[in-house]
Design a protein around this ligand. Structure first.
Ligand SMILES: Nc1ncnc2c1ncn2[C@@H]1O[C@H](COP(=O)(O)OP(=O)(O)OP(=O)(O)O)[C@@H](O)[C@H]1O
Length: 342
């Protein structure tokens, strides 16, 4: 339903998007994810019609909208700051776009009531000033203001980034439910990988204006297509040359870059066998620190001369202490390898 075709955006001599190809399906919750400056906001703003591409095309529902003005693209946008009018009531804020379009008063009223109920705003909240509302309620108003214009696509630019951690988690659940209920195709921008994994049907990971990978949260996490994605999504240890050499007998290619996630490293008691001979992916290790995380504990090890992270059930972690000599067992089949080692 949305197609980016070789979309390139340059600002003076800086290339923000280097030819983006992307297809987003009807009803999808699709996230553009990447570190600051990777071009995700530029991609979103191009889709909204606020940024003019240097080359390439954009299609919505099969229609070339590359040069179509923003207001005729059928997109509704929610900004990071919400951009609500502080002197107006909730109802006036939501109705703003309808007033601009000179929609009759009684129809405005009906549509605002309908969309307010959809996003979970109570009727008595509609007469309040927006300044009196909490961050989460303001977010609902901002979404209602976009939805009331009945867009085909909802664009959200880091809408949760101004909220505290607990509210962010709560609201992302609400946002997901709301999107499912309304069924509207949604494009979401964030630099927060945890948020992207929790919310999205699919994710596009961008780096320096290029697409690194597109996939479901599970695909991106479990089969990262590049070292960049593996490092950016979740936690991973970049194995040193010495660690790779020590694991070569168990099947790691010592000549290639290698990464392993903490949940694929376990900690067992040290014994006297030479780990290199066991062929099982064991490394002699010393416990450097233990960070309790509830059901699991992140154990930082020094293994074969370099750092290695292991995520172990907290019940097991209770048996190890900082300074203990242990064995780190690396699940070699879960090691991600890319290109030649630097
Ligand atoms: N209007 C502009 N003029 C000049 N350069 C711009 C403009 N907008 C963006 N850029 C540059 O383009 C690059 C990509 O910016 P963009 O805002 O798309 O990144 P981002 O991934 O969304 O980052 P952030 O999370 O920090 O917003 C950055 O290097 C940025 O400085």
């Amino acid at each position: 339903m949305i197609r980016f075709d070789a979309l390139r955006v340059s600002f003076d001599d800086h290339v923000a998007l280097q030819g983006l190809d992307l297809d987003i399906g009807e009803g999808e919750f699709f996230t553009l994810l990447g570190p600051s400056g990777c071009g995700k906001t530029t991609a979103l703003r191009s889709l909204a019609g606020f940024v003019e591409p240097t080359s390439g095309t954009l299609h919505i529902d099969g229609r070339d909208v590359t040069r179509v003005p923003s207001e005729r693209r059928g997109v509704g946008m929610v900004f990071q700051s919400y951009a609500l009018f502080p002197s107006m009531s909730v109802r006036e804020n939501i109705a703003f776009g309808l007033s601009v379009q000179r929609v009759p008063r009684d129809e405005q009223r009906r549509r605002v009531d309908e969309v307010a109920a959809q996003v979970g705003l109570r009727p008595q909240q509609l007469t309040r000033g927006v300044a009196e509302l909490s961050g989460g309620q303001q977010q609902r108003v901002a979404i209602a203001r976009a939805l009331v214009l009945q867009p085909r696509i909802l664009l959200l630019d880091e809408p949760l980034s101004n909220l505290d951690a607990k509210l962010r988690v709560q609201l992302r659940g609400e946002l997901q439910r709301l999107q499912r209920e309304v069924g509207i195709t949604t494009v979401y921008v964030t630099h927060d990988q945890e948020e992207a994994l929790a919310l999205s049907d699919r994710i596009a990971v961008l780096s320096e204006g290029r697409l690194e990978q597109v996939g479901t949260p599970r695909e991106i996490y479990e089969q990262p297509a590049s070292a960049f994605v593996c490092d950016f999504i979740g936690e991973a240890t970049h194995l040193s040359a010495e660690q790779r050499a020590a694991l070569a007998g168990a099947g790691v290619d010592a000549g290639r870059d290698a990464w392993v996630r903490p949940e694929h490293v376990s900690v067992t008691a040290a014994d006297d066998r030479d780990p290199a001979e066991s062929g099982s992916g064991d490394l002699p290790a010393v416990v450097l620190s233990c960070a309790y995380r509830g059901s699991t504990t992140l154990v930082e090890l020094e293994a074969a001369g370099a750092r290695l992270l292991a995520s172990v059930p907290s019940a097991e972690a209770a048996r190890v202490e900082v300074g203990d000599r242990v064995r780190a067992r690396v699940e070699v089949s879960a090691v991600h390898q890319y290109g030649a080692a630097a």
